[in-house]
Design a protein around this ligand. Sequence first.
Ligand SMILES: [Fe+2]
Ligand SMILES: [Fe+2]
Length: 213
Amino acid sequence: MTTRSLSPLDRLLADAQNALETVAGRPRAERPNPGAGEPEVELDDAERRHAAGLMRVNHVGEVCAQALYVGQATVARDPATRAHLLAAAQEETDHLAWCDDRLRELDSRPSIFNPLWYGGAYAIGVLAGLRGDGWNLGFVVETERQVEAHLEEHLQTLPGADLRSRAILETMKVDEARHADNAEAAGARVLPQPIPALMAMASKVMKTVAYRI
Ligand SMILES: [Fe+2]
Ligand SMILES: [Fe+2]
């Protein structure tokens, strides 16, 4: 998606379309699912439920990443910053589609609160973006570093037999680290406290709820 030459109204409409596709559609990945080459090992009920809870959390995380980056891109001042945000959002679409695929394989479904998560993250993205491009990129760095740490946690707690989820999370972790590095190189400023602490708190609430519903 490119919004570089669009008017503000066109941008809002494009954002609304992205929101609908993210929460109600079936997003399509551009890259193959990294879990596809791994064998589907049978999990017992408790393992399957736990794996599905973790993948639902990751799916919500990707819904939020979409919303955040699209919101930030909408108000970014420099076209290079906007292009940077939209390129990251495209890779997040792959993550979203892979998590969605895996949830279905685990006989589960995405969070019923996805429209709410999307709306909240979009609002945060717009607010961050309005402070200027250095802040905008700073938000990307902080978000990606927090996601990277949380993916590492999930890799530790995921059932050992769930090789398909593991392959997806490992690829996502590499991508998220690259998103952070790129944003740093593009001139991100370091966000002052309490912003990183508030972001960590908000994501903890999201993770607790999304693990269940
Ligand atoms: Fe992601
Ligand atoms: Fe990312």
